[in-house]
Design a protein around this ligand. Structure first.
Ligand code: G4P
Length: 543
């Protein structure tokens, strides 16, 4: 059995006997981690599992799994080669009396559309910063995705065991660059590089940590009173106390209301490598992240937690397992109790299917899910009718608001290299489109040479790699002149098409996109023809 899951047996141990969806939802905390590559997301994930008791005590297992993952899945080899993470994983582990669902997000900005979808399934995020680097470019991009989704976030300032910047300076940076008020929940004693412990601002207690060899076991902690701290920590203690007094006088205290509104972020200091401060962060997740609440429906109403089972798909991914070539739809449960094998209806097609193959996944490791509740994520194998944003339900039909597509900013025309492979090519393009791995836009060249639209150029690399390795259809990608897109409609199509430097292409779902050769030109058309429909899309021109 894979130790990283709360599997069927463990599940029952964590309270699976209670099958009231509202009660179970109240025990769930569903969140994602966002960070710039190398800030320590993998290490922190591993330590979460260590503290959650789900990983045995085998530090290094997450990395080992990563290695194994790319050995068994072909297109994930690309992740290994490029040192990026495209696929996401979902982990479940207990902390205190709660069950935490951790959704992994791709770190690279080129996949921020994917991050957006994952965040649609999370109730909060943890933003990890490197203490020496502060806010890095990808942190900023991913944070913007969070803001777009109005998702509250906690901040973990990592690598405090290494020389870095001052804690107050880092707070200033968060405030200035993110325009969010940082409200430290813990405050470090000892400068970056000489980390002694933290003062918990809620209780005022000082907790000192002890190092263990490469942090492979939980860091021993000792609560120390002020008198002893002053005697043993000397100037570090005085400085930390002064800073805490300053924060108090500025009213920088954790505030649930502004946190939930995304206006403030509780900050935790620590070191994932040595485990210092990790437990406090987990406590923060349990105490601050909201439990799943009734989900907004497309008609403006809300799906009650105890309504019959319903979930929505936030990610569809194929080729996760080379041996099986299966396609997995990840769904987040929104209401009711899921039981493996139950018959559900896919909203889009109206077709019913059995959920016999319901799994949780962590890279290549899978375990069957017997039951799930609001906030949980299930991977449904070969639920081929499902696309991102679709609802599935057991009894009362429902539909959730669609997940908006990002404005593509890079466009390439794609053709099959060897025409005898056209069938495979077409299948591959359809699959990539349905997964939302890339946007497929069609003009008069339709099927033979569609245009691929991407948020970031690395998506082309993945598409091309997958067409060749997964579908056996090597492709040729050639640049186009298009630079920017806006959503349009049928009424504006012909007039736009008649203009120079503009074309109108269609997505499979019927959405029409007007593509322009320059932003300048697009702005001119908008200014000169206010009667034409040219709508902005999510995350335009930045993410
Ligand atoms: P990522 O998933 O965000 O990309 O980061 P990852 O956890 O892989 O960490 C990137 C590097 O930073 C790793 O070093 C890791 O050991 C180190 N690291 C993570 N957290 C801490 C911390 O709290 N303190 C210190 N000092 N280092 C930390 P590496 O040399 O790339 O890998 P490894 O050889 O250590 O495994």
């Amino acid at each position: 059995m894979c130790p990283a899951f709360v599997g069927a047996r463990q599940w029952r141990r964590y309270g699976g006997q209670v099958n009231d969806p509202r009660e179970q939802a109240a025990r769930r905390r569903t969140f994602a981690i966002i960070s710039h590559p190398d800030a320590g997301k993998t290490t922190l994930t591993e330590k979460f599992l260590l503290y959650g008791g789900a990983l045995g005590v085998e530090a290094g297992a997450v990395k080992a799994r990563e290695g194994r993952r790319s050995a068994t899945s072909d297109w994930m080899d690309l992740e290994q080669q490029r040192g990026i993470s495209i696929t996401s994983t979902v982990l479940q582990f207990p902390h205190r009396d709660k069950i935490l669902n951790l959704l992994d997000t791709p770190g690279h900005r080129d996949f921020s559309e994917d991050t957006y979808r994952v965040l649609a399934a999370a109730d909060a995020a943890v933003m990890v910063l490197d203490a020496a680097k502060g806010i890095e470019p990808q942190t900023l991009k991913l944070f913007e995705v969070c803001r777009e989704r109005e998702i509250p976030f906690l901040t973990f300032i990592n690598k405090w065991d290494r020389p870095g910047r001052s804690a107050l300076e880092l707070l200033d940076e968060i405030e200035e660059r993110l325009v969010v008020e940082p409200t430290p929940m813990t405050w470090p004693v000892g400068i970056a590089g000489d980390f002694r412990g933290v003062i918990h601002r809620g209780t005022g207690a000082y907790t000192r940590f002890e190092r263990t060899a490469r942090g492979s076991t939980i860091a021993p902690e000792e609560d120390i009173d002020a008198e002893r701290a002053a005697a043993e920590e000397g100037p570090s203690w005085v400085e930390a106390r002064d800073e805490v007094d300053l924060l108090d006088s500025l009213g920088r205290v954790v505030d649930a209301k502004t946190f939930l509104a995304g206006e403030s972020t509780p900050v935790f200091f620590g070191s994932a490598l040595t485990n210092f401060g990790v437990r406090f962060l987990l406590d923060g997740v349990v105490d601050l992240v909201p439990s799943p609440s009734p989900r907004l429906l497309a008609d403006g109403g809300r799906r009650a937690l105890d309504a019959p089972f319903a979930a929505f798909a936030f990610k569809v991914q194929a080729g996760m397992d080379k041996a099986h070539r299966d396609r997995v739809a990840f769904v987040r449960v929104c209401s009711g109790r899921f039981e493996r094998g139950m018959i559900v209806t896919a909203e889009r097609s109206g077709r019913q299917f059995s959920t016999k193959y319901a799994q949780t996944m962590f890279g290549q490791d899978r375990e069957t899910v017997e039951e799930a509740y609001p906030g949980d994520v299930i991977g449904l194998v070969n639920a081929n009718d499902l696309r991102v944003g679709d609802a599935i339900y057991a009894a009362e039909p429902c539909s959730f608001p669609p997940l908006p597509a990002f404005a593509p900013e890079h466009f390439m025309r794609v053709r099959v290299k060897d025409t005898s492979k056209f069938k495979q090519f077409r299948k591959g393009i359809t699959q990539l489109d349905e997964e939302g791995a890339i946007q497929v836009l069609r003009d008069d060249m339709g099927e033979t040479a569609p245009i691929l639209g991407a948020v970031g150029p690395m998506q082309f690399e993945v598409a091309s790699y997958r067409l060749e390795n997964e579908f056996g259809a090597p492709a040729l990608l050639s640049p186009t002149n298009y630079m920017i897109a806006r959503r349009t409609d049928a009424a504006s199509r012909d007039r736009l098409r008649a203009m120079q430097g503009v074309d109108v292409l269609a997505r499979d779902d019927g959405t029409l996109l007007a593509l322009f050769e320059s932003k300048y030109w697009m702005d001119r058309v908008i200014a000169d023809h206010p009667e034409l429909t040219l709508e902005r899309m999510v995350a335009e021109g930045g993410l």
